[in-house]
Design a protein around this ligand. Structure first.
Ligand SMILES: NC(=O)c1ccc[n+]([C@@H]2O[C@H](COP(=O)([O-])OP(=O)(O)OC[C@H]3O[C@@H](n4cnc5c(N)ncnc54)[C@H](OP(=O)(O)O)[C@@H]3O)[C@@H](O)[C@H]2O)c1
Length: 197
């Protein structure tokens, strides 16, 4: 299978790239490194990503920039980081990618437990996650040619200890659990689902 992983240089993306490239052709993309550079806040850059990658079977996205910080410092400019990044970045990866993906291909997007379980400083991510999850359900009934779409929604992950203090009482998701949630999305039959590792 030919799999594009966007966000491949990040904590999740690195782990998933290592796991999937043992069995599949993986094209790694990120903002500043990778086989292909992409800025998911730019539709031109996303078009360029797909043109360079050519037809593919699965898109895994783990890039989802958001504003993390105190509520009092958040205004329109800060909030748009998640709107342009985690929300529209992921939506545009699908809207544009549907014209390049092979029949029966799949899109796997990233959201997070913050959708339903807010934490201080993360309102921007909560809102972007909610929009992406609603988009996933809507896109699943529109996509043609057997193309599937799901979101993976973990709580804080074990390789991100810097976030543990922000998620009191949350048992971190292991990297292997995260990998298997993405495996379910990419290799399973489900569509329109929010998969919780
Ligand atoms: N870490 C957690 O515990 C956790 C838990 C639940 C959900 N999440 C969500 O999962 C996502 C990934 O988390 P992570 O910890 O793996 O993040 P990370 O380590 O910060 O990695 C982010 C990745 O996204 C890329 N990226 C950032 N902005 C981009 C842009 N505009 N265009 C293209 N690529 C861009 C980065 O590329 P460069 O390295 O080149 O900048 C990097 O590859 C985030 O949306 C986060 O909210 C994380």
């Amino acid at each position: 299978m030919k799999i594009i992983i966007v966000g491949a240089s990040g904590t999740m993306g690195k782990y998933l790239s290592n796991a999937f490239e043992k069995e599949h052709e993986v094209i790694k993309a990120a903002a500043n490194s990778g086989d292909i550079r992409v800025d998911i806040t730019s539709v031109e850059s996303i078009e360029n990503l797909y043109k360079q990658a050519g037809a593919f079977d699965a898109l895994i996205n783990t890039a989802g920039p958001t504003y993390v910080g105190p509520w009092k410092k958040m205004a329109d400019k800060e909030f748009r980081k998640g709107v342009d990044g985690k929300m529209m970045g992921q939506i545009n990866l699908v809207l544009i990618g549907q014209h390049y993906i092979n029949p029966k291909g799949s899109f796997s997007l990233i959201t997070g437990a913050l959708t339903h379980d807010p934490q201080l400083n993360f309102a921007n991510a909560s809102a972007a996650n909610g929009a992406v999850e609603a988009f996933v359900r809507a896109a699943a009934i529109e996509l043609e040619n057997g193309i599937r779409i799901n979101a993976v929604s973990p709580t804080v992950i074990e390789d991100s200890p810097q976030y543990f203090p922000y998620f009191p009482g949350e048992m971190p998701v292991t990297m292997r659990q995260l990998e298997y949630a993405f495996r379910k999305s990419v290799f399973g039959a489900n569509t329109g689902q929010v998969i919780k590792p």
